[in-house]
Design a protein. Structure first.
Length: 149
């Protein structure tokens, strides 16, 4: 997906089994952030950065939703352990990640594999993508400040 394109209507199912749709966030800006795995150091730092600034996001008319391929049960534990105030989509088949362009080849210790590319989309109240933060741009501990300026 690119800036100026409309985001998909069906986002996925959250930690409680509730289907989230783009239209659920009509009239708000949506921070849709993709991260590789619950409870890993970088992903926890990113989630906690967003959590710690959550009131600022709300005050500026934003909603925040995280997405990873982890199960609903894993998301529930991650939310409880870190007191996350926003939903996490369980994208186990990586349908949304692929559709949004946040799924691709990664490499660790010389081994290549497919996985989530840490990416954040800022989607306007009209459902159109306004901003994209790529893996090279995202600083996990400061991500909320990157988004809020």
């Amino acid at each position: 997906m690119e800036i100026g394109q409309k985001a998909p209507e069906i986002l996925g199912v959250d930690q409680d089994g509730k289907e989230l749709k783009l239209s659920d966030f009509a009239g708000k800006k949506l921070v849709l952030y993709f991260y590789p795995k619950d409870s890993t150091p970088g992903c926890t730092s990113e989630a906690c950065s967003l959590r710690d600034s959550y009131e600022r996001f709300l005050a500026q008319g934003y909603a925040v939703v995280g997405v990873s391929p982890d199960s609903q049960a894993s998301h529930k534990r991650f939310i409880e352990k870190n007191s996350l105030p926003f939903p996490l989509i369980s994208d186990v088949d990586h349908r949304l990640a692929e559709e949004m362009g946040a799924w691709g080849e990664k490499s660790m210790y010389g081994r290549k594999y497919m996985g989530i590319l840490r990416t954040t989309f800022v989607i306007g109240p009209d459902g159109v993508i306004e901003q994209i933060f790529t893996p090279k741009q995202i600083k996990v501990k400061e991500h909320a400040n990157q988004l809020l300026g």
